[in-house]
Design a protein around this ligand. Structure first.
Ligand SMILES: [Zn+2]
Length: 71
């Protein structure tokens, strides 16, 4: 998967949250990043979320970016 094909949206999230991934109605992953982060931290969060997509983590029902990851 090409990282540039992954859709990214910015959202005002709690500062403790870097970002998360969800799937749109077509099953395509969408990375949501915290607009309150610095560009540097946002980039880091993006790479982190892309890793989850590449690992298929979000297909795991136990995966929860907020509540402490299982891995
Ligand atoms: Zn994570």
């Amino acid at each position: 998967m090409n990282n540039e094909e992954i859709r990214t949206v910015l959202q005002d999230l709690p500062v403790s949250v870097g970002g998360f991934v969800f799937h749109d109605d077509d099953g395509q992953p969408v990375v949501v990043l915290n607009s309150r982060l610095s560009a540097e931290r946002r980039m880091k969060a993006f790479r982190h979320e892309v890793e989850h997509i590449e690992n298929g983590d979000m297909y795991d029902m136990n995966y929860n970016e907020y509540g402490g990851n299982t891995t």
